[in-house]
Design a protein around this ligand. Structure first.
Ligand code: TLP
Length: 345
């Protein structure tokens, strides 16, 4: 990449190997089920996540939308975090396009939803209430710091869901980051879930694409829903070819991004004008704030860092989220810390 871009892992470019694989991809009409590259990616994704079947989608937003709509009908309810990406950042799609009623539960600083709050959010069978059909978790939980959510917690939510005959969906946009940080097998981590959406873009560097995995019957239904929202694509193996590299190779190196994020957080902690808890950095996200008396706002600092070819995004007047990815090299840490020191002097 031609800049140090810490705004998100979504900004990552495809690797040279991906571009070559895209040029060489064997393709077919995927609506006919005839694209061998897509078929391989769907099978391999399902296998890796320990589910029966997979579906290739254009984006994480579409993966969550199709994922929820394949579980819920009009007026059904989904229980999810009040800071979940699906609730906050997906344009209200589940309500706007699916008439699915969101029932939010507060996300805790550790990224979990309190189990008691989930239990009491599940509706009894009563004509006044919507029917609770689904619980949705997010792993890693982005808005509270990219926190990995443990298998034990996921299993506990799965047990509540099963007890009430409700499905469990995971927005696993960064599920491989979670598995790496928790040092566990990704299939074990999501064993309790009926469906999982994960992104091939973001830290895995594919230019486009997300996967939805679940049982064969669920994915057959999701395939119809994907068509309904205009997401059935044709010779899309050209993109899936990059997705296969994302899945097979890029998942193996995410620990490097986590180590870079931790070093960056430790460096930021040495700057007096910055408030940060470096021990909260467990994956590739670093959340921090400028102190009240820093003498500069976050948007102003963003502008100044651009002059060092460092791209950041301010959350508000004081807060930042930096995200590491394949294109943030270990040697960029010192460049960023030195530039920040200089601009905060
Ligand atoms: N997140 C983006 C922005 O939309 C905020 C980012 O920069 O982090 N689930 C989670 C947990 C996500 O973080 C995102 C993207 C999505 C779903 C949606 O993925 P896309 O962007 O592929 O639709």
């Amino acid at each position: 990449m031609d800049r140090i871009d810490l705004r998100s892992d979504t900004v990552s470019w495809p690797t040279p190997e991906m571009r070559q694989a895209m040029a060489d991809a064997v393709v077919g009409d995927d609506v006919y089920g005839e694209d061998p590259t897509v078929n391989r990616l769907e099978q391999e994704s399902a296998r890796r996540l320990g589910k029966e079947a997979g579906l290739f989608l254009a984006s994480g937003t579409m993966g969550n939308l199709v994922g929820v709509l394949a579980h819920c009908g009009r007026g059904d309810e989904v229980i999810l975090g009040d800071r979940a990406h699906t609730f906050v950042y997906e344009a209200g799609g589940i309500a706007a396009l699916g008439s699915v009623h969101p029932h939010t539960v507060p996300v805790q600083p550790d990224g979990t939803l309190p189990l008691d709050a989930i239990r009491s959010a599940i509706r009894p069978d009563n004509l006044h209430f919507p029917r609770t059909r689904l619980i949705a978790l997010e792993n890693t939980q982005g808005t509270v710091g990219g926190i990995p959510i443990s298998k034990e917690y996921t299993d506990a939510v799965g047990a509540i869901a099963a007890e009430h005959d409700v499905a469990l969906h995971i927005d696993g946009a960064r599920i491989f980051n979670a598995a790496v940080a928790l040092n566990c097998d990704v299939a074990d981590l999501v064993a309790a879930a009926d469906s999982v959406q994960f992104c091939l873009s973001k830290g895995l560097c594919a230019p486009i694409g997300s996967m939805l995995v679940g049982s064969q019957a669920y994915i057959d239904n999701a395939r119809r829903v994907r068509k309904l929202v205009g997401g059935a694509m044709r010779q899309v193996g050209i993109v899936a070819a990059a997705g296969l590299i994302a899945l097979e190779k890029m998942t193996l190196r995410l620990g490097e991004d986590h180590a870079t994020a931790r070093r960056l957080a430790e460096g930021l902690a040495q700057i007096p004008q910055i408030e940060i808890e470096p021990e909260r950095v467990q994956t590739n996200m670093i959340f921090f704030a400028l102190r009240e008396n820093a003498g500069i706002t976050a948007p102003e600092l963003t502008e100044r860092l651009k002059q060092h070819n460092i791209w950041t995004r301010a959350g508000d007047e004081r807060h930042f989220r930096f995200v590491t990815h394949y294109w943030i090299q270990p040697e960029h840490v010192d460049i960023v810390i030195n530039a920040m020191r200089k601009e905060l002097m």
